[in-house]
Design a protein around this ligand. Structure first.
Ligand code: SAM
Length: 249
């Protein structure tokens, strides 16, 4: 049966392409890509002569219909994005949804994803986290969203661009305060890979020292809201709690 493969590609270091990704890209009839020029270079590097088909964010719905017809006619297709895992802040959602409606097989070929790569070196809790993608570009909407997330207890993962990193961090400073722990994972898997784990106020100071530090691709991770129960509870009550903990089964 015809199949749509969702194939992850490197987020910087080309060595991160998986064996299955290479095999799949070689074997499919068509490769749907976000930017055919960019993906052309990757395929050239891997010595793969695949046929490319453009699937941008802005024409995804319309182009998905064309791809669905091709899948129904028996072709197999791989979807790739410019970097990392398709559908994670990249095109593909409409296409995958349409495949379900048309009973077409969808198979993941997993690999790099900036959010997951950053999370697992962040030193912040990874047992529960939420992914927020890019923050809104307009200040008002950004502040509204950050305010909604103020008491989120899970670790929060954002994507950020060079242009907005300082604006976003300054808004976070206003809402979360200088002491909230944050992690900036920059240029992951590339030569200038840097991971900074610091309280928000210190991270902003670090970025201000040299404007080059504000350039590149970023994942920004914020520690979840911590209830400081111990400080708000009466010390006697805490003592009693400890006593109960010892006594109770
Ligand atoms: N689909 C991709 C993935 O799986 O991570 C994400 C695509 S999104 C359009 C691009 C954003 O991902 C960048 O602006 C940046 O926030 C993040 N990103 C991509 N590559 C990165 C890298 N090497 N280091 C840090 N962040 C990266």
């Amino acid at each position: 049966p015809s199949t749509l493969y969702i194939v992850a590609t490197p987020i910087g270091n080309l060595g991160d392409i998986t064996l299955r990704a290479i095999e799949t890209l070689k074997q499919v009839d068509l490769i749907a890509a976000e930017d055919t020029r960019h993906s052309g270079l990757l395929l050239q590097h891997l010595a793969i002569q695949g046929r490319l088909f453009a699937l941008h964010d802005h024409n995804e719905q319309q182009k998905s219909a064309v791809l669905i017809e091709k899948l129904k006619s028996g072709l197999s297709i791989a979807l790739i994005s410019d970097a990392g895992t398709p559908l994670i802040n990249d095109p593909g959602y409409h296409l995958v949804k349409a495949c379900y409606e048309q009973k077409i097989n969808v198979v993941p070929i997993p690999g790099p994803c900036a959010a997951i790569a950053a999370l697992c070196v962040s030193g912040l809790p990874t047992d529960r986290f939420c992914y927020e993608g890019f923050l809104p570009s307009k200040s008002k909407s950004r502040i509204d969203l950050l305010t909604q997330l103020q008491q989120e207890t899970r670790t929060i993962v954002f994507y950020e661009s060079t242009h907005r990193i300082m604006d976003s961090l300054n808004d976070m400073l206003t809402i979360y305060g200088a002491d909230r722990m944050v992690v900036l994972a920059k240029e992951l898997t590339k030569s200038w890979e840097t991971v900074i784990h610091q309280p928000l106020g210190q991270l902003i100071a670090w970025l201000k020292i040299d404007s080059n530090r504000q350039k590149g691709e970023f994942v920004l991770i914020i520690e979840g809201f911590q209830q400081v129960e111990q400080q708000t509870l009466d010390p006697k009550a805490i003592q009693l709690l400890h006593q109960l903990q010892r006594e109770l089964p």
